[in-house]
Design a binder for this molecule. Structure first.
Ligand SMILES: [Zn+2]
Length: 231
């Protein structure tokens, strides 16, 4: 099966070599009927990643007279254990506060979209303040203030996001005002945060690493010239 690793974000192919599951069945008489819990491990086959993901899946079991055995029934619930939510795992050079708000926004998206969107908004605000040093009364004003600073593609995704549903209204309100948004709108904000973390922090870091390697190669060359024996 095709699968996107939550750690490295690579689309990878998962087969028996990197997938393992075990099943535990609830056989004790209870008011709900038979239940089966599958624990599944996936190890990312990407050589530079090799992280494992772990989750559990709860199914009902139904008796099949045709097969004369118990079969897996309705899917009841899944719990991601590692990583703990659908949140992507961002590197440590992304500011801790940004990562924490982002992770929490992901974790409670379905449970409380309003709280999730509020955290997402705080996360966006934190990123803009941290990365551009801009601080205004509302997130809406802050976004306007960086319009000429961000690249046009990034701006297009910011602009498109705030036109969806109540998100624009959400951005214009004070950070403490809770605006009603649904879980899809909350997810759109989370997606925007993911795009911006990549566009800002990860791209800047990659560029710095590339420049460092260019500089170190240049230094090596100079050292080699110096070390050249003269006859
Ligand atoms: Zn991976």
């Amino acid at each position: 099966m095709r699968w996107t690793c939550p750690f490295c974000d690579h689309k990878v192919f998962i087969d028996k070599a990197n997938y393992y599951e075990s099943v535990s069945t609830l056989l004790i008489e209870n008011k709900h009927g038979r239940r089966q819990l599958t624990t599944a491990w996936i190890v990312c086959p990407n050589d530079t990643c090799k992280e494992y993901s772990l989750f559990t899946i709860l199914h009902a079991q139904v008796w099949s007279p045709q097969a004369t055995k118990w079969l897996q029934g309705e899917l009841l619930q899944t719990w991601p254990l590692v990583p703990q939510s659908s949140a992507k795992v961002f590197p440590e050079y992304v500011p801790l506060g940004v990562r924490e708000d982002y992770n929490e926004a992901c974790a409670i998206r379905n449970l409380s979209p309003k709280a999730s969107a509020t955290l997402a908004r705080r996360c966006l605000q934190g990123m803009i303040r941290n990365f551009y040093g801009v601080s205004k009364r509302t997130l809406f004003d802050e976004i306007e203030a960086i319009k000429d600073k961000v690249d046009p593609m990034t701006w297009a995704s910011i602009d498109a996001t705030r036109k969806i549903g109540n998100i624009g209204a959400h951005m214009e309100k004070d950070i403490n005002v809770i605006v009603d948004v649904d879980s899809k709108e909350a997810q759109v904000l989370i997606n925007l945060i993911e795009i911006l973390i990549k566009d800002w922090y990860i791209n800047r870091h990659d560029r710095e690493e590339m420049l460092k390697s260019v500089v170190s190669i240049a230094e090596e060359k100079t050292e080699m010239k110096k070390a050249k024996p003269t006859e």
